[in-house]
Design a binder for this molecule. Structure first.
Ligand code: PGA
Length: 253
């Protein structure tokens, strides 16, 4: 199977300001990592909070860095106060949207069925849905990692998903923002299992990128990005500093 090009996605979460977004994107563009293509090992994506998307899309002009959001509504439009429709994200210049991040599964009680509905809405709007999965430390200690991830994959991926409209992010909940990362061996087992499920359930499943997320930083990126079936990273904390984010991208071989 052809090697998939890595995608390094920055999930800014609820951080930043308009001026910070301008500065961070200017720093990313200045490195020009993604503009010329020479020696490039990864595609870059930034996912700022909703209010900054429209500005970010302007700041990103002239670069190949893609823009994504952190969530979307399952509905197309209508009386859903506080929600944001996928078509609006598309309208603001987004190409991607993260759905089912563990912080949304936990903070907002989102079920896999709801996440599948969000991913479906995203795909219908012409966006690439980045569907997040991952076990808690209790589930891991109970030996349930593969079972939990399988159930999330099977129930969170909508019918009609293809290589062109789906990315998976495996993020063990215990590794997010904690400084703890899964070992390369742990990651390999889970990613291999996810690939098997994608091959069985998604058209073009061999081409769907599977990102790893959870305390990825420049110092551990090379080892994690070299794991078979790891096709990039979903980066939280380290995506807020251009040097760290670019350092992770540079570690993709
Ligand atoms: P982290 O977050 O890199 O800060 O651990 C990753 C994520 O939640 O996407």
């Amino acid at each position: 199977m052809a090697k998939l090009r890595h995608l390094v996605a920055g999930n800014w979460k609820m951080n930043g300001s308009r001026s910070m977004a301008a500065q961070l994107i200017a720093d990313l563009k200045a490195h020009d990592l993604n503009a010329g293509g020479a020696g490039l090992a990864a595609d870059l994506l930034v996912c700022p909070p909703f209010p900054y998307l429209i500005h970010a899309s302007e700041f990103l002009m002239g670069s190949n860095i893609a823009l994504g959001a952190q969530d979307c509504a399952p509905q197309e439009s209508g009386a859903h106060t506080g929600d944001v429709a996928a078509v609006m994200l598309k309208d603001c210049g987004c190409s991607h949207v993260i759905v089912g991040h563990s912080e949304r599964r936990t903070d907002h009680g989102e079920s896999s069925a709801e996440i599948a509905a969000k991913a479906k809405a995203a795909q219908a709007a012409g966006l690439i849905a980045i569907v997040c999965v991952g076990e808690t430390d209790r589930q891991r200690d109970a030996g349930e990692t593969l079972k939990v991830v399988e159930s999330q994959i099977v129930n969170s991926i909508p019918a009609g998903s293809t290589t062109a409209n789906l990315v998976i992010a495996y993020e063990p909940v215990w590794a997010i923002g904690t400084g703890r990362t899964a070992t390369a061996g742990d990651v390999e087992v889970v990613h291999a299992h996810i690939r098997k499920l994608l091959l069985a359930g998604v058209k073009g499943g061999e081409g769907v990128r599977i990102l790893y997320g959870g305390s990825v930083k420049p110092s551990n990126a090379a080892e994690l990005m070299a794991v078979p079936e790891v096709n990039g990273a979903l980066v939280g904390g380290a995506s807020l500093k251009a040097a760290d984010f670019l350092g992770i991208a540079a570690a993709c071989a």
